[in-house]
Design a protein around this ligand. Structure first.
Ligand SMILES: Nc1nc2c(c(=O)[nH]1)N[C@H]1C(S)=C(S)[C@@H](COP(=O)(O)O)O[C@H]1N2
Ligand SMILES: [Mo]
Length: 169
């Protein structure tokens, strides 16, 4: 009996000591980290941050979005993670995602809009992985051909290409 209590006590201590990031289900990246999410998030995989490699993003489930853009020819088919799924994966709690790109460009992405519409974090265009040259590896793509309001050029600033981090506030 005493032994069983001792075992239970040790188990409780071990569970309490487990790092938050390891116990809440967000796995560790093992490839190159392409996206880091910080700020008002409840799920992390290191101190205060959620790092993603490409495989982790793909495991969240990908979707397709065919839309014209001001920067491409025709109607490319983009494939990537719906921003809503990404926000869910990290337990985002704020109202805005402040995005920063490899070139240090920054823009505010309202979370309400990311959840309501099929905004995509694109990794591929017409089946090909996006390279840094063609605005990859991650490009925020709005459903411009699907939602008339997104045709307005005032939304263009939110199409962050070469996205590297999101800070949820
Ligand atoms: N990485 C990155 N993404 C970016 C930008 C940038 O400079 N760097 N400019 C943004 C802004 S302010 C707008 S209006 C459009 C810019 O498109 P343009 O260069 O064709 O005007 O992309 C957005 N995405
Ligand atoms: Mo802009």
């Amino acid at each position: 009996m005493a032994m069983r209590i001792l075992t239970a006590a040790i188990l409780a201590i071990l569970l309490a000591a487990a790092p938050a990031g390891a116990s809440d289900g967000l796995p560790q990246p093992d490839g190159e980290v392409v996206l880091t999410i910080t700020g008002a998030i409840t799920r992390t995989n290191r101190d205060g941050a959620a790092d993603f490699d490409r495989a982790m993003l793909e495991r969240l489930g990908t979707a397709h979005l065919a839309t014209s853009t001001p920067w491409t020819e025709g109607v490319p088919v983009f494939e990537g993670v719906p921003m809503a799924a990404l926000l869910d994966a990290v337990g985002a709690e704020g109202t805005v995602a402040v995005g920063t790109a490899l070139d240090d460009y920054g823009a505010d992405l309202p979370l309400g809009e990311l959840r309501e519409y099929a905004v995509l974090l694109a990794m591929r265009m017409n089946g090909e992985l996006l390279t840094v040259r063609d605005r990859g590896p991650l490009w925020v793509v709005y459903p411009r051909d699907q939602v008339a309001a997104f045709m307005d050029p005032r939304h263009n600033a939110k199409w962050i290409w070469q996205l590297r981090r999101l800070d949820i506030r």
